[in-house]
Design a binder for this molecule. Structure first.
Ligand code: N0T
Length: 535
């Protein structure tokens, strides 16, 4: 009886982010949870559109749906709120046993006020747009508009009040994204009189504490004095982050769900890092200003990258930038293209709290060339095969990630082998190998394995013991050797899965051809429980 009572108490625990020694976990129902997510299209936030969303989410074996809630739909008339869509969404998500991450499309959706109600987006007098250097309004609402902030905050608070009322028991909603891909295209900052006045003030101490002044610059002073050519971007980031903080803080005071922001990135490999030059949305949470967001928005748990560049080096660099001791890594959007499937192994292996390809939705829309040309099952299935393998052990995986036991690789654009240094052991992952033999045995063989035309291999490894590993992957060869060079061999290589109670169920034991040339994972994502020993 006591155990039943305590697990019931745990089941209604509110989701939250926990951190320990620079690693992080998203706690859902009292235990680490791995978001195997998919994001719906932008206009699927209506009851009639949900069937096509949930059908795709189901085929994907996703455990979480990310979907917008638009300001224009919950407050179409000022002061009159309508949560009927949210209620339908919740009901269907529960029927499908899928959790929700709600995306608040408020003042900014990809920098634009398109999702703000009409009474907001066409009233420049009440809800000021940013002004350019000539004093002309541009498309983007100003982060210095107090009335805009108060109106957005009021709507968001009403939403959180409603969510608290209808979801405190079930906890179907596990996280909130506040706004979407904020920043401003084409302008470094607002040049309105209010903004000008603030730009000439000293940089706030909280910012200075997080974001170092440029070399050979004064340690305090105005934005220009401290940050030079970067001042305008940093100032605008601070303004937007502070605005978002007010919204998140007020929302969390009502219902304290984890909250985050997402980012349409700048080039993650640009070196040296150049000042903003119209090459990305200024003021958004790009990696170079995460510190400013940390300083200005303590009620935002993390900033996260939306990844739409398939370049392997850039993808890796993005993850490195956003995975930090002071915030968890999550990829709330990445392209649903076939050349991104491999990145699930990398993201999940690196210990992210979650990932969600974008456009997991059978609405007939394709954002090609960002994403897949198709919008049917053929787009979803490759992601779904991986989620299906992870899903039975998502709780274990999230815990291993929190404990720092996990590693991941995605096949590179160069198709070359990669190595992973684990505790006491090194893994080498190679791609496009035949499953039998070593390359040098068959030097003249020109054939390449079927299904490897594009880079689509990957592996994630959890080191679950001193000599024990859970290996999950596809289209890759894994070899593990002792870090200090002692001779070793496989003790056991069990293929299997975890059952609902978390018990390992062996399906077969790999040996002979299946282990003599490394562990050759095929096209179907496979889970292995591996032990090695030295002799
Ligand atoms: C994303 C999505 C949706 C040349 C694009 C990515 C989503 C938003 N924006 O389908 O609109 O709501 O967050 C912008 C990426 C631009 C990259 C251009 C590369």
């Amino acid at each position: 009886f006591l155990m039943a009572a305590s697990s019931a108490a745990l089941a209604s625990e509110i989701p939250r982010i926990v951190s320990h020694q620079g690693r992080h976990a998203l706690m859902v129902d009292g235990a680490p949870f791995l978001i195997l997510g998919g994001q719906a299209h932008n206009s699927s936030n209506y009851p009639q559109a949900l069937d096509k969303v949930f059908a795709a989410i189901k085929d994907m074996h996703a455990n979480t749906l990310e979907i917008p809630v638009a300001w224009e739909q919950i407050e179409p008339v000022e002061g009159q709120f309508d949560f009927s869509y949210v209620d339908t969404l919740l009901k269907q998500a529960r029927q499908h046993q899928v959790r929700l991450v709600l995306l608040w499309f408020g003042t900014w959706k990809n920098t634009s006020p398109s999702y703000a109600p009409e009474w907001v987006k066409f009233n420049n007098a009440r809800f000021p747009r940013m002004l350019d250097r000539q004093g002309k309004p541009n498309y983007c609402l100003s982060p210095h508009g107090d009335t805009t902030l108060r109106a957005d905050r009021k709507a968001f608070v009403r939403l959180m009040q409603h969510l608290k009322q209808v979801d405190s028991a079930a906890r179907t909603i596990i996280m909130m994204q506040v706004e979407n891909e904020v920043g401003t295209y084409g302008y470094a900052r607002d040049y309105s009189p209010a903004a000008e006045q603030l730009f000439r003030q000293p940089v706030p101490a909280a910012v200075l504490a997080h974001k170092k002044p440029l070399p050979e610059r004064p340690s305090s002073g105005t934005w220009q004095q401290v940050y030079g050519d970067y001042a305008e971007e940093y100032f605008h980031a601070y303004a937007i982050a502070s605005y978002i903080e007010e919204i998140a803080k007020a929302g969390r005071a009502v219902y304290d769900l984890p909250m985050y922001v997402n980012n349409a990135q700048r080039d993650s490999t640009e070196s040296p890092l150049l000042p903003w030059h119209e090459n990305f949305a200024s003021g958004g949470p790009t990696y170079d200003v995460i510190d400013i967001y940390r300083a200005a928005a303590p009620h935002i748990d993390f900033a996260s990258p939306d990844i739409y560049d398939p370049d392997w080096k850039k993808f890796n660099a993005s993850l490195q930038h956003f995975q930090r001791a002071d915030q968890p890594l999550m990829v709330p959007e990445m392209s649903n293209g076939a050349n991104y499937v491999r990145y699930l192994w990398l993201v999940l292996g690196r210990g992210a709290i979650g990932v969600a390809p974008f456009g997991i939705d059978y609405a007939e829309y394709s954002n090609f060339p960002l994403g897949h040309k198709a919008s049917d099952r053929s787009m979803v299935a490759p992601f779904g095969a991986i989620y299906a393998a992870f899903r039975p052990m998502q709780r274990q995986w999230a815990r291993w990630a929190y404990e720092g036991r996990t590693y991941g690789v995605a096949e590179g654009d160069d198709r070359q082998p990669q190595s992973i240094a684990m505790k006491g052991w090194n893994a080498t992952i190679s791609f496009r190998e035949w499953q039998f033999g070593e390359r040098e045995y068959f030097k003249d063989l020109k054939d390449t394995p079927v299904g490897t035309e594009i880079p689509n291999g990957g592996v994630a490894i959890a080191q679950t013991g001193e000599k024990e590993f859970i290996i999950i992957g596809q289209r890759a060869r894994v070899k593990i050797s002792h870090a200090k060079g002692e001779p070793s061999m496989w003790a056991r290589v069990e293929q299997g899965h975890f059952d609902a109670s978390g018990k390992w169920i062996m399906e077969r034991n790999w040996n002979g051809d299946q282990t003599d040339y490394g562990l050759n994972l095929g096209a179907t994502p496979t889970v292995l429980k591996v032990t090695l020993n030295t002799y």
